[in-house]
Design a binder for this molecule. Structure first.
Ligand SMILES: Nc1ncnc2c1ncn2[C@@H]1O[C@H](COP(=O)(O)OP(=O)(O)OP(=O)(O)O)[C@@H](O)[C@H]1O
Length: 610
């Protein structure tokens, strides 16, 4: 396997990609990154300079007053440098988390929400998506890991070059003292950890919410509805609110850790002061200066710097591959126009649809699902699409939605090739009820309207609920349309039955006031009464709009102007219910089989009642 093929971007490319985006997101990230590197090196330098200053003073036999003054000054400088370094590390760490969550993760979300649905459905894309998701998950891997590791590498390289004399002194006399100081430090740290642990429950609750919302971005079922009902904004808001809550908790935890950091600095200050004091004491009692300096040198950790550089390099390599995964996914090309393309006229109440010799073959499949399909749905027409399982009905609907590009032929919407349309503008004009439609675990009102509670048009919401037959159910709920669905977001959320869910999906399609409505088995889960009531109302519900619906219950086709009977990927018969019955072909055969079944069912019911 050629390596060049596997890794589409060089390390330099990725370096540029990350830092150009950091620059675009927040220029201060670069400056603070450099500042951290400098202070990371200055800090140990201070600890090297400190003893040399002490040696200089002693060698020059400075007076005690001058000595104390200089010591205080040096320790003061050291403390300031240390505090600044701690601040920079903490700031950068949080800023890198911020850019990962609020910039790079959003790029990934947006890509998932907006990319061609047909592309998102492919297995290969889904694998790439999984890998890409990993690259924005966690602090020490992928994109964020790359930022941390670059700072660490540059620090260690600079440190190695300049930190020739590592200052430190370990003496058995001090071992006990150091242990005591370490225990104090551990206790303070433990307190901070305990506090963090206490926040875990709330944090994991928020993370479950975030996880659920992230799943919606990756979920195929949700993907269709997110596009068609522009739910990305609603999800985005809830995600941002969860992010903010998490940010607040993290801020409090950071505060506790900051106290810990300050205690750590003070203890370090005390520890170093005692070490140096002792060395000075020894020096003043006969320890040669050369030994003194030597001791300081050997405590140094050149080996430590080296080890860290090795570790950084290997981690940067790992992160680089993950950035490649991220970029590969984000660079997947769309075949539809998303931000550009032609927009449909606003004034139209309905759309005109032409399938002109359309064929379709799924990638990797040897057969065509649809072959040479041609028909014309004029503005306001109501069509039924029928056929046996697997005939290609859903595929045809997905083509009409703009989820797939036809393999052959053209689809014209108001005379414009669907490939030339701004597909996002087109999505806004259509409503689809899929067999496997997804609802979000938000409120009923938000699910129907696709907007946050405060922005819902109450009158239109009530109207859509009434038309869909869901009014009685919602009136019986204490929180009405403010009731949450499922339990992902709210403990008191409710579970709708299959039929109720279909009514809710219908209400959503009606609320949208779409110009083209597509129903894929919209009543499959409804009881016979609800179904017949709905069909009775269809003419009124869809007046003036173009509509196509798939139903296996052929009784429903009577309400349509035209029926397309699909068989083996072709339109085998087309016409009104009456004309197809007269033709006495496949449609009539299917209808008679169903009528017989209904008749038998009716007889059985009558017998059991007798
Ligand atoms: N994403 C896909 N990749 C490959 N093949 C697919 C895909 N989706 C559907 N097919 C195949 O295309 C054919 C038509 O499927 P489609 O779902 O369009 O049929 P249908 O008429 O809607 O069926 P049903 O009445 O059962 O809902 C089936 O053989 C199916 O296996």
């Amino acid at each position: 396997m050629k390596k060049g093929k596997e890794v589409p971007y060089s390390l330099g490319d990725n370096f540029h990609f990350i830092y150009a985006n950091m620059w675009a997101y927040d220029k201060s990230l670069i400056f603070y990154g450099f500042a951290e590197i400098i202070f990371n090196v200055i800090l140990p330098l201070c600890t090297v300079i400190l003893p040399s200053v002490v040696v200089g003073l002693l060698e020059r036999q400075a007076g005690i007053e001058k000595f104390i003054q200089t010591m205080v000054l040096v320790f003061l400088v050291y403390s300031i440098v240390s505090a600044v370094q701690t601040f920079l590390t903490s700031r950068n760490r949080n800023q890198y988390i911020d850019i990962r969550l609020n910039f790079f993760s959003i790029i990934l979300f947006e890509k998932c929400f907006s990319m061609d649905y047909g592309q998102l459905e492919k297995e290969k894309t889904r694998e790439e998506l999984k890998k890409s998701g990993d690259s924005v998950y966690g602090n020490w891997q992928g994109l964020e890991g790359f930022m941390h590791r670059n700072v660490s590498l540059l620090t260690n390289v600079l440190g190695l070059l300049t930190y020739a004399l590592v200052v430190g002194w370990i003496n058995p006399v001090f071992l006990l003292l150091l242990l005591v100081l370490s225990v104090i430090q551990i206790l303070v740290f433990h307190r901070a950890k305990l506090y963090e642990h206490k926040q875990k429950n709330e944090m994991s609750g928020i993370r479950v919410t975030q996880g659920y919302l992230q799943e919606q971005a990756f979920d195929l079922k949700a993907g269709k509805d997110i596009r068609l009902y522009q739910l990305d904004k609603l999800i985005g808001r809830v995600y941002a609110a969860a992010n903010n809550r998490l940010k607040k908790i993290k801020g409090k935890i950071r505060g506790v850790y900051y106290v810990n950091d300050i205690v750590e600095i003070l203890l370090k200050f005390l520890r170093d002061g005692l070490c140096y004091g002792y060395l000075i004491y020894l020096l003043m009692h006969g320890l040669p200066v050369s030994d003194f300096v030597l001791y300081l040198g050997i405590v140094g950790g050149l080996a430590g710097w080296m080890m860290k550089i090795t570790e950084d390099l290997s981690e940067i390599g790992r992160c680089h591959y993950m950035i490649c995964d991220f970029r590969k996914f984000c660079d997947i090309k769309d075949t539809f126009s998303h931000k550009s393309g032609r927009e449909l006229e606003e004034e139209d109440m309905a759309l005109d649809i032409v399938f002109d010799h359309v064929s379709y073959q799924y990638e990797g499949s040897s057969d065509y699902v649809l072959k040479d399909i041609s028909f014309h749905m004029g503005k306001g027409d109501k069509f039924a699409l029928v056929g046996v399982n697997g005939a290609g009905k859903t595929t045809l609907v997905k083509l009409m939605c703009g989820f797939y590009q036809p393999t052959g032929g053209r689809i014209l919407i108001n005379g414009i090739d669907i490939g030339e349309l701004n597909i996002e503008n087109y999505f806004k004009q259509i409503a689809v009820v899929f067999q496997d439609a997804a609802v979000l675990s938000f409120t009923i009102g938000e699910n129907i309207s696709g907007v946050p509670g405060s922005k819902i048009n109450r009158e239109e919401l009530d109207h859509a609920i009434e038309l869909s037959g869901l009014k009685e159910k919602i009136d019986g709920l204490p929180k009405g349309t403010g009731t949450y669905l499922n339990k992902d977001m709210e403990e008191s959320g409710i579970q709708l039955s299959g039929g109720e869910l279909q009514k809710l999906l219908l209400a959503r399609a009606l609320y949208k006031k779409a110009k083209l409505l597509l129903f894929d088995e919209p009543t499959a889960a409804m009881d016979a009464i609800a179904e017949s009531e709905l069909y009775e109302q269809y003419q009124d519900l869809l007046r003036g709009r173009t509509a196509l619906f798939i139903s296996h219950r052929l009784a429903s086709t009577r309400y349509c102007d035209n029926i397309l009977f699909l068989e083996n990927g072709k339109i085998a018969e087309t016409g009104s219910h009456e004309s197809l019955m007269k033709l006495n072909g496949r449609y009539a055969e299917m209808f008679q089989v169903q009528s017989k079944y209904y008749k038998e069912e009716e007889d059985e019911t009558e017998e059991s009642m007798a």
